[in-house]
Design a protein around this ligand. Structure first.
Ligand code: HEC
Ligand code: HEC
Length: 321
């Protein structure tokens, strides 16, 4: 999917869900900001914490051998789930050197203390120990650290297209798929006789040429990988077709054909790993179909009529007909 589109669709949905669940929760349950424990309970929890937890998590919950139990990062670990999850984590796995010994009540008391240190307000009722009640308590939105930007270096940099779509097709997809199609008639595992130069009698031969450095099945592997990896290039923002029309990267059907290309490439790679000529020959149908299906819609039509051999249809390319 084109990144910009999928992001805006996703964030739109996430917002809808968040708003919806907030209204539902407002009717049914509490958040930790609404005074869900008492001062006295937090005091009991502090006493247990001192003897059982502080050696690893620090006197101030700041973390030592174990992680901090206060602060934005800690809350961000837990604020997407009801309080029962944090209670379960403590009761089932802590103290790490002697887990499973805390009662439900002790766990709730420690939790009260953790909330108090986290500056959540105390109230009039104690935090209940049973799971069903803790399940009803959630964290209000916006407690933890703001979500970290998930950009990696490649996303932060931008890679504007270096060429038009036809050039990508001719430069990457055409030679790679031809290597795969050659497997139908040439066994990559068969011993080869060294060829003088890189040109075979019938002209330039991809397999013979590459065979000088990477041999046999290896070449087939790389061709399959090249095809699979070429799929995202179909979706590079800003790329144009040879006729100047923008590549229709936001068109759902275009995206679907792109995914088919990626799948075909992966399937070809898997087949190549079997080192079985038959298996790769079979998979070339899937590869050919992935090219054909897209070409039928976006390349080889003119006025709605399919005609792959008519070069004058170039003006009509890259537009769904
Ligand atoms: C022997 C050291 C040790 C003791 C004692 C100990 N912990 Fe931990 N605790 C750890 C370590 C290490 C981790 C990180 C690994 C993990 O999550 O299981 C951890 C993780 C946690 C987490 C999850 C933190 C997060 O951000 O996900 C909580 C909550 C926790 N401990 C609470 C407690 C409580 C409450 C006690 C006392 C009852 C306690 N621990 C005692 C070592 C300890
Ligand atoms: C997502 C759609 C799509 C897929 C998948 C696709 N193509 Fe294309 N292909 C096009 C379009 C559109 C053009 C016309 C590009 C232009 O005019 O800039 C094209 C053009 C070409 C050309 C250039 C034709 C010429 O005019 O010289 C070749 C070669 C080619 N594709 C090979 C392949 C092969 C091989 C595959 C499969 C491995 C493939 N394509 C998969 C859409 C696709």
């Amino acid at each position: 999917m084109p990144r910009t589109v999928s992001l805006s669709i996703l964030s739109g949905c996430a917002l809808g869900v968040a708003l919806f669940s907030l209204t539902v929760l407002a009717q049914q349950s509490q958040t930790v900001r609404q005074g869900v424990f008492t001062e006295a309970q937090a005091g009991r929890g502090q006493a247990i914490y001192k003897t059982q937890c502080s050696s690893c998590h620090g006197e101030m919950l700041e973390g030592r051998l174990g992680p901090p139990l206060a602060g934005d990062n800690f809350i961000a670990d837990w604020d997407k789930q009801p309080l029962s999850e944090l209670a379960g984590k403590i009761r089932n796995t802590m103290p790490q050197n002697n887990p499973g010994k805390l009662s439900g009540q002790q766990t709730a008391d420690i939790l009260a203390y953790i909330l108090q240190v986290g500056k959540f307000p105390a109230g009039r009722a104690e935090l209940a120990a049973d799971e069903a009640a803790l399940k009803q308590i959630t964290w209000p939105a916006g407690n933890g650290a703001p979500p970290k930007p998930a950009l990696n270096a490649a996303q932060a940099l931008s890679f504007p297209p270096a060429g038009n779509l036809a050039q990508v097709m001719r430069g990457i997809l055409f030679p790679s798929s031809n290597i795969l199609f050659t497997v139908q008639s040439v066994d990559p595992g068969a011993p080869t006789t060294p060829v003088e130069g890189a040109v075979s009698p019938g002209g330039f031969n991809w397999v013979i040429w590459g065979g000088g450095i990477y041999k046999g099945w290896e070449l087939v592997d790389y061709a399959a990988v090249a095809l699979a990896e070429s799929a995202p290039l179909m979706l590079t923002p800003g790329r144009r077709c040879e006729n100047g029309k923008p590549v229709p990267i936001n068109d759902p059907e275009w995206v679907k054909f792109t995914l088919e290309l990626a799948e075909a490439g992966k399937a070809a790679y898997k087949a190549a790993q079997s080192r079985n000529q038959e298996a790769v020959s079979d998979i070339t149908n899937q590869v050919a179909d992935s090219c054909l299906n897209c070409h039928q819609v976006y390349r080889d039509r003119r006025g709605g009529v399919l005609n792959p051999s008519d070069p004058s249809n170039k003006a009509a390319r890259c537009v769904k007909q």
